[in-house]
Design a protein around this ligand. Structure first.
Ligand code: NAD
Length: 494
């Protein structure tokens, strides 16, 4: 049992001023494993002040200095990767394979940011201008609960590479993971104030970050509803905002795909992270005349999915993160049945033999119409919909008939054909015959899945702003003949 009552401000762990204490529950057994005293507005202000102070020096830092910092953070996370993996299992319920990937990624993203920084030109000539890419200023980094360690680290990596000091506000539902990650980042020994971590609620700490005049940039990952609220609040002080939001990704299985290989991959994408992934391919689009075959393969493939103790290496789906998530997913399963979809796998209630913990039955519906709630809403649990299409045009139309556009998947034996379909899809990224993204490529959504891109060069540039310094050429100045230099007064313009 761990008791946390500090925030990380100006290089030190300081007791928070907030007085709300929340329980931290292990979702696999519903046991109390910790308590967290949440930070409040006061703490957020102190963190912003510390970051603002650090920003002055960080803006002047050299590329080499920032590369050193990134490499130190990468090494620090790698040293404690096992601890990060274990706390991701204990607090969040990620299966061990996923938790291991998250802790590895948390380290790798500093390496990716360093690689992007290494080759980046901060200054270039455009016409008479020297264009300097300058750090935008203090950044608020706001991650969700479903990918705490990875999102904290990837946002911090891009901000730091660009020379932006930051205040990180992890979700109040990921206190334990955030604490372990923060202690690890602290062990890298960076100068005080470059990053600060304040765990609190969105309504006070988040709101303070979203409205404070000294915060220049917000990098948010979370739900579309919260993203809209943040964008509205941030517009008052014209903060630079990137929003990585909800998704309802389509996985198109083309008629020439190897169904025996493609459908298990589609299930893999849909059930990743216990179904609590923004990029989960939750709408599986298949040719209408092959429905029977698809259903048989899906039923058989489900034998490989084992729900249970997330620490057991044989487990592929752990519990949902909390009771609210459990209830939400149960409601959607009931809604799917109510609206006429056919259950082919799973269903309401808990899996057999799992009376404790927020476990749900991995569920697949067939005969789903793209207008049903289970096809339109982001359920954020292991509930997938099989949707039939008649031809390629219909597949693209159905895939794009969604308010979201984060990621899509295409499965085909013909990569050229799959690429042509990918070009037509409205999505921030499209994966062909694979489930794992390339985390050096830009990531983000179109439509209501967000604005802006993260990772690699695009992530770095999202924390920079171009400044154009335009001057006379030396040779023009040398030829000191009188010349037209613009209007004598502003009124000459009009
Ligand atoms: P959420 O929107 O409820 O919360 C996200 C973060 O925002 C939390 O830290 C929360 O405390 C904070 N917040 C809430 N109100 C705020 C406010 N007014 N001002 C500032 N901050 C505020 O999302 P969640 O439930 O934590 O995460 C799940 C959602 O995140 C899903 O919709 C999922 O698709 C999305 N998500 C998107 C991505 C992506 O990269 N696109 C990745 C992971 C999760």
């Amino acid at each position: 049992m761990r008791s946390i009552d500090t925030a990380y401000i100006d290089g030190a762990f300081v007791t928070v001023s907030g007085d709300e204490v929340i329980d931290i529950i292990n979702p696999a057994n519903e046991k109390l494993i910790g308590q967290q005293r949440l930070a409040g507005r006061q703490d957020a202000r102190r963190a912003i002040a510390a970051a603002s102070h650090a920003q002055t020096a960080l803006s002047q830092s050299t590329k080499a200095e920032r590369l050193d910092m990134l490499r130190s953070l990468q090494a620090a996370i790698l040293r404690r990767a096992d601890e990060i993996r274990d706390v991701t299992i204990a607090e969040y319920g990620a299966p061990i394979s996923r938790a291991r990937w998250i802790s590895q990624y948390a380290s790798d993203c500093f390496g990716y940011a360093a690689d992007a920084l290494q080759g980046y030109q901060f200054s270039r000539r455009i016409g008479d201008a020297t264009v300097r890419m300058e750090p935008v200023g203090v950044a608020a980094l706001i991650p969700p609960w479903n990918a705490a360690a990875g999102t904290i680290c990837s946002k911090l990596a891009s901000a730091l590479a660009a020379g932006c000091a930051s205040v990180i506000k992890p979700s109040e539902l990921s206190g334990l993971q955030s604490q372990v990650v923060t202690e690890t980042l602290h062990s890298a020994g960076l100068p005080a104030g470059i990053f600060n971590v304040v765990v609190g609620r969105g309504s006070d700490v988040g709101d303070e970050l979203g409205t404070h005049p000294d915060v220049a940039r917000i990098s948010f990952t979370g739900s579309t509803a919260t993203g809209k609220a943040i964008a509205r609040a941030a517009s008052e002080t014209m903060k630079r905002v990137s929003l990585s939001l909800s998704g309802k990704s389509a996985a198109i299985v083309l008629d020439d795909a190897d169904f025996e290989a493609a459908l298990p991959m589609a299930l893999n994408s849909g059930f990743q992270n216990n179904g609590q992934a923004c990029i989960a391919g939750t709408r599986i689009l298949v040719p209408r005349d092959r429905l029977e075959e698809v259903e048989a393969i899906v039923r058989a493939a489900m034998g490989a999915w084992k729900v249970g103790d997330p620490a057991d290496p044989g487990t592929t789906i752990g519990p949902l993160a909390n009771a609210a998530q459990f209830d939400r997913v149960q409601r959607y399963i009931a809604r799917g049945i109510e609206q006429g979809a056919t259950l082919i796998v799973g269903g309401p209630g808990r899996p057999e033999g799992l009376a404790q913990g927020y476990f749900v039955r991995p569920t697949v519906f067939a005969d789903v119409d793209n207008d049903m709630d289970i096809a339109r809403d982001e359920i954020f649990g292991p509930v997938l919909s099989i949707i039939a299409y008649v031809d390629d045009d219909d597949a693209v139309a159905k895939a794009d008939d969604s308010p979201y556009g984060l990621q899509a998947y295409v499965y085909s034996r013909n990569v050229e054909r799959a690429s042509r379909i990918s070009e037509r899809l409205m999505a921030g990224s499209v994966l062909i015959n694979r489930v794992t993204p390339d985390l050096r490529a830009p990531f983000g959504g179109v439509k209501q899945s967000g604005i802006g891109r993260e990772f690699g060069i695009f992530g770095l540039e999202s924390f920079l702003e171009p400044k154009a310094i335009v001057r006379e050429h030396a040779d023009v100045e040398a030829a000191s003949a009188p010349q037209w230099r613009g209007p004598e007064s502003i009124t000459d313009f009009y």
